[in-house]
Design a protein around this ligand. Structure first.
Ligand code: GDP
Ligand code: GDP
Length: 455
């Protein structure tokens, strides 16, 4: 083993990273500038996943995987969300409301040097109403002298304020211990239904692409089995709909049917909704209005689903109104704008006429199958051996980095850990991914590849 440079522990460590099944979700909320992003960065530390470059796509990731004391969870960072569209108070409240909805537990960050503001009080009311577990973070307590500021936050009525300096790390460990106590082992939003229950579909897409129409179409043509109100908040409704002889759970359909008719901020609400729905789902059906140019907003939604690691189907709606010319340009746009999901099954539908509705379920099943594919280690290494022999990594600085061994560390989505003798260039990683897809399918699923270099 010494010769290869790895032992069983390396491999187990790698597998431990990859995870199995849904993780509990922790949302970090609070007013602008209280230090949410700083805190999130401190919690994820260097553990953030390898970032892929996707030219032309704005990255607005909101969810990270984090770990503390051996427990893993999803961390929703609301720091980067647009704050301006609704005015501070309304946007903080809206942000908090949707983040709370999506979360199993919440870290509420208050700037202890400022003290509790009216906006903070408004968020406290939302938190109380939600009934979700809350850990109060009294941030910017950089030294002993700030402790009194933290103590003053008992007045919020949320229990013990945890004095923290997100900037310097002071107190974050104790606070995270409290977070682990508050966080359920499995996410409450999917609890009990995740295993053996109906598969969870998020129907997402920018406003007016036809989500509501599509949902009504599938719900009317087939049978809506039950309306089910999930959790303690009144808003998110998951609907069980029978399609193709199978019952599916469309998550968070309240956001689809009861659309928020706001001139300003509609996009903002929509993106929060999308993030929440994607978190709860196994497969995202991304609806795109085929009659209009593919927009940056469409791409953001695609990125969100890819980064969340969901199975993905891309459905082009309003096919009934496409003329020859638009069809031509659409195909060109798909090639350039939707490159990041070139592997996703595609259906061309019309929620209006019902065109190709029957193709939706097979596409969803294909994507879920890809998402759950597991390649046995022996087969993977036979494949890697051949690949390395026929297409070696380019020589760099007189050395030739080589992939030595690999294992699939997890599914949903498939995650691979490759062990190598040197730095594997981005281009070569992409090549490996492409070949993996050619060999093993993985239709409709993102795949993660991480590389561990032998030191
Ligand atoms: P967000 O808008 O809530 O995400 O806040 P940011 O994380 O962007 O932080 C806002 C400002 O507060 C930045 O200038 C941070 O450097 C600063 N900040 C964040 N945490 C701390 C802290 O613990 N102590 C001090 N002194 N400053 C902090
Ligand atoms: P949502 O905001 O994504 O839920 O979109 P809606 O379902 O409210 O649809 C927005 C508009 O597009 C409505 O006027 C619908 O009637 C129209 N629409 C939806 N699907 C189709 C379709 O397949 N063909 C056509 N021609 N119009 C559609």
């Amino acid at each position: 083993a010494a010769e290869e440079g790895f032992d069983a522990e390396d491999v187990e460590g790698a597998i431990g990273d990859a995870g199995h099944g849904p993780l509990p979700v922790l949302a970090v909320i609070g007013r602008p500038n209280v230090g949410k992003s700083t805190l999130v960065n401190r919690i994820i530390g260097r553990r953030e996943a390898v970032v892929e470059d996707r030219p032309g796509v704005t990255r607005d990731r909101v969810t990270y995987e984090a770990e503390w004391a051996g427990r893993r969870f999803k961390l929703v960072d609301t720091g980067g969300w647009e704050q301006d569209v609704l005015g501070i108070d309304a946007s903080v409240a809206a942000q908090a409301e949707y983040a709370i909805e999506a979360a199993d537990a919440v870290v509420f960050v208050v700037d202890a040097t400022v003290g509790a503001t009216d906006t903070d009080e408004a968020v406290v009311r939302l938190l109380r109403k939600s009934g979700k577990p809350v850990v109060l973070c009294a941030n910017k307590v950089d030294g002993q002298s700030g402790e009194a500021d933290a103590t003053a936050l008992w007045a919020l009525g949320l229990g013990e304020p945890h004095p923290v300096s997100a900037l310097h790390g002071r107190g974050t460990g104790d606070m995270l211990d409290a977070v682990l106590d508050a966080l359920p082992e499995a996410p409450a939003t999917t609890f009990g239904l995740a295993v053996g229950g109906p598969r969870r579909i998020a129907l997402i897409g920018r406003p007016n692409v036809g989500k509501s129409s599509l949902l009504n179409k599938v719900a009317n043509e087939d049978r809506v089995v039950v309306n089910e109100v999930a959790g303690t908040t009144r808003d998110p409704v998951d609907e069980l709909i029978e399609l193709g002889g199978v019952v599916w759970k469309f998550v968070d359909t309240a956001g689809i049917r009861k659309r928020v008719h706001l001139q300003q901020g509609a996009d903002y609400y929509a993106s929060l909704r999308t993030a929440a729905a994607v978190e709860k789902a196994e497969v995202a059906v991304i609806l795109i209005d085929a009659s209009e140019s593919i927009s940056v907003q469409d791409q953001r939604i695609v990125t969100m689903a890819v980064e969340a690691g969901r199975a993905i189907v891309v459905a082009f709606n309003k096919w009934d109104v496409l003329d020859e010319e638009r069809r031509y340009y659409l195909e060109r746009e798909i090639e350039t704008e939707l490159l990041q999901v070139a592997w996703a099954p595609r259906v061309n539908v019309s929620a209006e006429t019902g065109r190709h509705m029957e193709k939706l379920v097979p596409a969803i099943e294909t994507a879920l199958a890809g998402w759950e594919t597991r390649v046995p280690t022996g087969r993977l290494n036979a494949f890697l051996g051949e690949l390395v022999a026929s297409h070696p990594h380019p020589i760099r600085g007189g050395k030739q980095p080589r992939i030595l061994f690999g294992t699939q560390a997890g599914t949903k989505p498939p995650r691979f850990v490759l062990f190598s003798s040197g730095f594997i260039e981005h281009g070569y990683r992409r090549f490996v991914e492409r070949r993996l897809r050619e060999e093993f399918g993985f239709e409709g699923t993102p795949i993660h590849i991480s590389v561990r270099v032998r030191e």
